[in-house]
Design a binder for this molecule. Structure first.
Ligand code: FES
Length: 280
């Protein structure tokens, strides 16, 4: 028996915004009855804001809870913000889902993405006029109709590393298993690209290198002028530091120091590094 949070149980027992919007501006769906879960989401959009959202789902309690909380998360929000919602956000809002049920949060994300894509396509009058063919996405798992893009997004948003995790999150690979080799290829390609982006360094090597550069290169340089730097934390491409300058109270001096630290790290490691002063 899986362990569900109070939030999941609440949304399962009292689902919000169940139903259909007859004059919806966007409709998206995910899953299929043949695969055991299906979700359809309806949106009303006015002046770039989601003014109403409803859903219909056939699936387990986690699918109901994920869909219900998703509608609450998006009503009243601008499309730009809604577009940034990931399956992890849905699971976090539910205070977690068992790993085997994470695919329910992915289904919510997928249906939302489908609705927004349809809405954007509809808005793009130029494409409609020119009758441009929509891009076909490559299907990796034919048993569950799961695309390469969905697997890629699931890896990126949740840091997945194994085929088993991909199956838990997307269902891909969970039936005949023929697609497992392809899924492994996608995982390998994703992490290879990540390493390339990080100058050929693994995440652990990257952290070590940032540490070394700050300690051996940047700190001695700042000390020459009576300043210094303390590394507080590293989170992905964000490097949190505490800076001390000769005239620490002067905003311009601190901005210069920060720019120096950022450009040194960018030159040595990668251009996506962002230096943030702790407490900023
Ligand atoms: S093709 Fe993916 S499980 Fe069958």
């Amino acid at each position: 028996m899986w362990d569900y949070s109070e939030k999941v149980m609440d949304h399962y027992r009292n689902p919000r915004n169940v139903g259909k919007i007859d004059d919806a501006d966007a409709v998206g769906s995910a899953g299929s009855l043949a695969c055991g879960d299906q979700l359809k989401i309806y949106l009303k959009i006015k002046n770039g804001i989601v003014t109403d959202a409803k859903f219909q789902t056939f699936g387990c309690g986690s699918a109901v809870a994920s869909s219900s909380i998703l509608t609450e998360m998006i009503i009243g929000k601008p499309i730009e913000e809604v577009r940034k919602i990931t399956n992890k956000d849905i699971a976090d809002q539910l205070e977690g889902l068992p790993p085997e049920k994470m695919h329910c949060s992915v289904m919510g994300y997928e249906a939302l993405e489908d609705a927004l894509k349809g809405y954007e396509d509809y808005q793009d009058l130029e494409d409609i006029r020119n009758d441009i063919e929509p891009k076909k996405e490559k299907i990796v798992c034919t048993c569950f109709n799961i695309t390469e893009n969905l697997i890629w997004d699931a890896i990126k948003q949740n840091g997945l590393k194994t085929v088993e995790e991909i199956t838990n999150y997307t269902k891909a690979g969970g039936a005949c298993g023929k697609c497992k080799g392809l899924i492994q290829d996608i995982i390998d390609t994703y992490y290879k690209k990540e390493e390339e982006k990080n100058g050929g360094l693994s995440p652990a090597q990257r952290i070590l290198k940032i540490n070394t550069i700050i300690e051996k290169q940047i700190s001695p340089e700042l000390q020459k002028d009576g300043g210094d730097i303390t590394l507080i934390d590293i989170d992905g491409n964000k490097v949190y530091v505490k800076l001390r300058g000769k005239c620490s109270g002067c905003k311009n001096s601190m901005l210069t120091l920060k720019a120096f630290v950022q450009s040194t790290l960018r030159d040595a490691i990668s251009q996506d590094i962002e230096v943030i002063e702790a407490g900023e």
